[in-house]
Design a protein around this ligand. Sequence first.
Ligand SMILES: NC(=O)c1ccc[n+]([C@@H]2O[C@H](COP(=O)([O-])OP(=O)(O)OC[C@H]3O[C@@H](n4cnc5c(N)ncnc54)[C@H](OP(=O)(O)O)[C@@H]3O)[C@@H](O)[C@H]2O)c1
Length: 229
Amino acid sequence: MNIVVTGASRGIGYATVKTLATEGHSVVGTARSEDLLNTLEQEVPHKINTFVADLTDDESVDQLSSHISSTFAKVDVLVNNAGGLINKPFEELTMDEWQNMIEVNLLSAVRLTKAMLPQFDAGSHIINISSMGGYQESAKFPGLSAYSVAKGALTTLSECLTVELADRGITVNALCLGAVETEMFNAAFPDFDAPVTAEQMGNYLADFAVNGSTFYNGKVLPVSLADPG
Ligand SMILES: NC(=O)c1ccc[n+]([C@@H]2O[C@H](COP(=O)([O-])OP(=O)(O)OC[C@H]3O[C@@H](n4cnc5c(N)ncnc54)[C@H](OP(=O)(O)O)[C@@H]3O)[C@@H](O)[C@H]2O)c1
């Protein structure tokens, strides 16, 4: 399969790309950190193709989309995994921080998905990586309002795209992850041990990327042993 994964420089995205490429799939992995992407590319040469892009920047995303279309005749799966987290009380969050959370967790996925629409075909699958914080009626955690709101909007986007893209045979799902041991998680919750490693979640996402659209469409699925996430 031809698979695109954002947020591939570390954490869950890195692990997902590594598993997919090891299984023989062709992967384009993207993020801003060129050095980390170079390390990833060396993990499974010939199967991992990386491209440096800032998903909050229109021009950068257009360049990424062109790179993907020149690499793959058709994209089977897009995993919108890139994200960022700010853990701060609502009272202290600045408007810049709110805008940053919406940009990196919601609009980045909007921007890339829109740019790549011509590259999807019947059978293509878009997977949006959300959070339990953005899962309706889940327990909420202090300090995660901007992050959770942005992730909640991403899950709603997934449901909206499902109906808009249905006549083209494109499948869309959102996965709401619970706590996973990554740099993002450790920086936000230094006193909390996540019960799942990035490698374990990467294996799960790789399997979902390959098989998920056989069983799910338009779903918002919790993938969680423990919150926060
Ligand atoms: N870890 C958890 O417990 C947990 C729980 C629920 C949901 N999630 C979600 O899972 C996803 C992966 O999280 P993670 O824990 O693996 O985080 P991470 O280790 O911090 O990785 C985040 C990735 O996103 C990329 N990224 C951030 N801003 C970007 C931008 N402007 N343009 C392009 N790429 C950008 C980063 O790469 P560069 O910095 O190199 O650009 C990095 O590869 C996120 O969407 C997160 O919200 C994680």
